[in-house]
Design a protein around this ligand. Structure first.
Ligand code: FMN
Length: 370
């Protein structure tokens, strides 16, 4: 089966962009991706980062719902420790009904301690603690979606679902309860983000047979994610399927290699990496994996190194080669989740790149035989 293409929209807007511009760029990107055949658009939720300036991904999805036909949307991710699970369960259930199934749920523990701090969590860097919150939130949301009576007083939250009282007469509808369960009873997929090397999120995804979504952070980390996921998945009695694994990557395609590299180095992607993502990647240790793959000192990993060795940049033929080589090294994945950037001022090179990826690249990239 050929690789699928999706977009992941963090959205890496340069500081100074207004909320209105970011929102407009999100909806415009959704409409374009739907038109060119992208299978999904994932949208981040961030409370703290100016470069990742969407606190409510569902607003863009709702705005795009009536202007798109096929593309599926997912929050990637709703940060479970940051909100009341009952409220979130109803909101996403309702949104999946609005999108009539073109919605899948995405959950995460949260990447930024400052965002956790805003939500009253002081130890936001403690992944084990955040993971415990994720598990309790999930437990409550699943009970809410079931719509069976319960009341639960947990460590972090309490919630319940009331009993529907019987009608007194045939016309009596006053006691009927609204249904905010996912469209059709369940989400088509339930996705979990995984980031760290020994990822607790990938373990959770495997145990629950959720869709694993990794950020590309080097061959070793990616292999380890799949190992952690599939071990837990098999142990829980499921059969791991690489087609369900989505991996987010910086990818840019143009007619020639030289043109693609120039557009990345001199355009919004280069600008974002110089000012935001290279320092962040250093902070989160992501450069170490890339430097190890290339056999260089992590401090020498600059923008040009990333463009040549880590991002997938080039003509359609070059990108097909680079992806097939990566697939051979790490086993491959089902969906390439292309990281979106701020092409608000001039979308044409970006939209052209996405179209080349969907139409000329993806059909030629396949999972290696197991
Ligand atoms: N963290 C956020 O705070 N907001 C996000 O929207 C978000 N999106 C993510 C998308 C992807 C593809 C990945 C891989 C991670 C994302 N994260 C986001 C980070 C997760 O919340 C979380 O820190 C990470 O998945 C924890 O992974 P671990 O269990 O592997 O340590």
């Amino acid at each position: 089966m050929a690789m699928d293409t999706g977009l992941i929209f963090h959205p890496y807007m340069r500081p100074g962009r207004t909320a209105r511009q970011t929102f407009e760029w999100g909806v415009q990107s959704a409409v374009h991706c739907d038109k060119i055949g992208f299978s999904s658009m994932m949208i981040s939720e961030h409370a703290s980062q100016i470069w990742e300036n969407i606190p409510n991904p569902e607003l863009i999805m709702a705005a795009a719902a009536l202007q798109t036909n096929n593309i599926k949307f997912a929050p990637m991710a709703h940060i479970l420790p940051h909100q009341h699970p009952a409220k979130l369960a109803m909101m996403v259930g309702w949104l999946s009904q609005i999108l009539e199934g073109r919605y899948f749920m995405g959950i995460g523990a949260g990447a930024y301690p400052l965002a956790s701090y805003i939500h009253g969590i002081k130890n936001g860097q403690d992944t084990a603690f955040l993971n415990e919150m994720v598990r309790e939130s999930l437990f409550i949301m699943e009970k809410i979606w079931k719509r069976e009576p319960f009341f639960y007083e947990g460590k972090f939250w309490s919630a319940g679902f009331p009993e529907e009282e019987p009608a007194q007469t045939e016309e009596d509808e006053q006691h009927m309860l609204a249904n905010y369960a996912p469209y059709g009873g369940s989400f088509p997929e339930f996705a979990v983000t995984g980031f760290s090397y020994n990822s607790p999120s990938m373990k959770l995804a495997g145990e629950r047979n959720f869709k694993p979504v990794s950020i590309f952070s080097g061959i070793d980390a990616l292999k380890k994610h799949w190992e952690t996921y599939s071990e837990a998945n098999i142990k829980a009695g499921f059969t791991p399927d690489r087609q369900r694994h989505a991996v987010s990557q910086t990818v840019f395609c143009a007619d020639t290699d030289a043109e693609a590299k120039r557009l990345v180095m001199e355009g919004p992607i280069g600008y974002c990496f110089e000012r935001y993502l290279i320092p962040i990647w250093r902070r989160f240790g992501m450069m170490d994996g890339f430097a190890k793959d290339a056999g260089i000192d992590p401090l020498k990993a600059d923008l040009e190194f990333l463009v040549d060795n880590v991002f997938v940049v080039g003509s359609p033929d070059t990108i097909v080669d680079k992806l097939n080589t990566l697939f051979a090294k790490c086993g491959g994945w089902g969906t390439l989740q292309v990281e979106a950037h701020d092409y608000y001022d001039d979308p044409s090179p970006w939209f052209n790149s996405l179209e080349l990826l969907a139409k000329e690249v993806a059909p030629r990239v396949k999972l290696p035989e197991a």
